[in-house]
Design a binder for this molecule. Structure first.
Ligand code: IMP
Length: 482
């Protein structure tokens, strides 16, 4: 009997959907599928509103940055958890909750770990000044205060959810004033008006108060009751503070271990970790090494420039589009886009793939850097996230011609921990035959074009990965089990 997505997870208790690259690999489709059809509990363990995924609220698409995708199934009694490893901007959380309020959608089963850290206004100010811009050596952060908040956590001066209220449930001004004052010396560049800060955060804290709890205790009691738990990863292994391309990383450990730890679980409890890989191209946002990047340094600099957007790319290359309520529509297989993809200039080829695949950030709108899928990087990611892989966006390459796969680096196949070294490696590419069939309606792995299956076999052989699922479109039914 061929396996279905439901049989793949049928006897599992805890599954994790994580990313094996630099994020933006389409976790949302699978998180949403498992949240809807399988899980009783959906939990996020790392990061904050640097992430972003699309949710459909009463038929309308919205991008959420904090709430797990399972929040729309709260009405079915599903529990959604923001775990202790997260850093939470309460203003952003409240605005996502207000959207649910406006649509009449419930979130009564939401749980926020009392140990999650609070992103304070001064974290955001510091982040924007120091790291958001890639000019002057900034890493091109999302500017949401993620890094500075984690710095205060590690520096043992952070503010946790449980600091917001005293044991009588009263907003704990005294404690907060002391804590903020303790941070003062670390923020000489930021004006810290304590009174103003408290005034700003109090209404948000009051709104989320009833959801703050011992989320670790809850997740363990759910496990004991045999409930099914979905861990929703954020960012990707190559952005992990511990395993990623340091210092060009986010400030949390977005590996399998970090994600499990961030909800109070041991990684051993996860009986099916699924690591996502975009194929046959991959992307990166922000600064840092990207060995297979099309156009190399020129592409990195171009994508760092805030003046370069989807709109400027469409205008510059004369691609026709329409714009309705801020939504830009165009034909991804427009002849001019195909021309770019077949350009001899790698930089232009990258722009063509970006346009065809619509690779612009959900959180920041930035053009994503484009390169070929890298089997060396995948082999490295699999060390930490396990061998089971989901390939996404595979349908995008139908009709676009041949593509390359990175099989090794000059000088070996080491994914160096030294960012300077990694940024200098030359990649060894293997040309793979393209396919023209529309694979978006295919149901069986063996129906996929032979040259595509052959290239997937090469990826598996070099990386040690075991491809379990191939995603051939954004809809849940466009999923092939291998
Ligand atoms: P931060 O997480 O805002 O501190 O940003 C650190 C680095 O991680 C920057 O290069 C960001 O572009 C990148 N980053 C953070 N979150 C995401 C994400 O969800 N997808 C892709 N890149 C991300």
């Amino acid at each position: 009997m061929s396996e279905t997505i439901d049989s793949l997870v049928s006897r599992k208790n805890v599954i994790a959907v994580i990313c094996n690259q630099w994020g933006d690999t389409g976790k949302g489709k699978f998180s949403d599928y498992f949240a809807k059809n399988w899980a009783d509990v959906i939990a996020r363990g790392t990061g904050g509103n640097n992430a972003g995924h699309t949710v459909v609220l009463n038929g309308e698409e919205r991008v959420f940055h904090l709430l797990p995708s399972g929040i729309v199934y709260d009405k079915d009694g599903k529990i959604n958890i923001l775990g202790k490893g997260m850093v939470i901007d309460m203003k952003v959380l409240c605005s996502e909750l207000s959207e649910l309020d406006e649509k009449g959608l419930s979130y009564k089963n939401l749980m926020i770990s009392e140990c999650a850290h609070v992103i304070m206004p001064y974290h955001i100010e510091r982040d924007k000044r120091k790291h958001q811009s890639q000019a002057n050596g900034g890493i091109g952060s999302t500017g949401r205060g993620i890094g500075p908040c984690y710095e205060d956590k590690i520096g043992r001066r952070g503010i946790r959810m449980l600091d917001l209220f005293d044991s009588f449930g009263k907003f704990n001004e005294d404690k907060l004033v002391k804590k903020i004052n303790k941070s003062r010396e670390y923020y000489p560049d930021v004006k810290l008006d304590v009174e103003k800060i408290l005034e700003e955060i109090k209404p948000y804290a009051e709104k989320i108060k009833q959801y703050i709890c011992d989320a670790d205790g809850k997740i363990h009691s759910c496990m004991a009751q045999g409930k099914k738990i979905l861990l929703e990863g954020a960012q990707g292994l190559l952005l992990s503070i511990d395993h990623g391309t340091y210092p060009y990383v986010t400030s949390s450990d977005c590996s399998l271990n970090g994600t499990a730890n961030g909800v109070g679980l041991c990684a051993k409890a996860v009986d099916l970790p699924l690591g996502i890989v975009k194929y046959p191209f991959m992307t990166r946002v922000g600064a840092g090494p990207f060995p297979s990047e099309l156009g190399g340094r020129r592409s990195e600099e171009y994508c760092a420039n805030p003046n370069n957007t989807l709109l400027t790319e469409l205008e510059n290359y004369g691609i026709s589009y329409t714009s309705e309520n801020g939504k830009i529509k165009y034909e991804p297989h427009d002849a001019k886009i195909l021309e770019l993809i077949h350009s001899k200039d790698d930089f232009e080829k990258g722009i063509g793939i970006r346009l065809a695949a619509k690779e612009y950030g959900a959180t920041t709108g930035r053009p994503r850097r484009i390169g070929w899928t890298d089997a060396v990087a995948l082999k490295y990611a699999i060390r930490y996230n396990g061998p089971k892989v989901i390939l996404t966006k595979v349908d995008v390459f139908a009709g676009l011609g041949g593509y390359n796969l990175v099989l090794g680096y000059d000088g070996g196949d080491k994914f160096s921990s030294d960012a300077d070294e990694l940024s200098k490696v030359n990649v060894n590419l293997s040309r793979q035959g393209g396919f023209s069939e529309d694979i978006s309606k295919m149901k069986n792995y063996n129906d996929l074009p032979q040259q595509l299956r052959q290239s997937i076999a090469v990826l598996e052989r070099i990386s040690g990965g075991n491809v379990k699922i191939v995603s051939v479109g954004p809809e849940a039914h466009q999923t092939i089990i291998k």
